[in-house]
Design a protein around this ligand. Structure first.
Ligand SMILES: [Zn+2]
Length: 71
């Protein structure tokens, strides 16, 4: 998106519908998605974000449980 070229297989490529977004680095991608979040109305994305946060929390917690079992 910033126009900086990157070798095939590197960088981050996101296919979203018929849009292909290419970022030369994860920093570049997070900058883009941060401004996207700032532009989309919170009520539109909030349910999806909450759901994702829950899923991430579950993964972290199940990893923590496994660690305890090993000990
Ligand atoms: Zn870039």
């Amino acid at each position: 998106m910033c126009g900086r070229p990157f070798p095939e297989g590197q960088g981050i490529v996101v296919q979203y519908g018929d849009l292909k977004l290419e970022f030369h680095s994860s920093k570049c991608a997070s900058k883009f998605f941060k401004s996207l979040l700032e532009r989309v109305e919170p009520r539109v994305l909030s349910p999806y974000i909450k759901r994702l946060v829950e899923e991430y929390t579950e993964v972290v917690e199940s990893k923590a449980r496994k660690r305890i079992k090993v000990i």
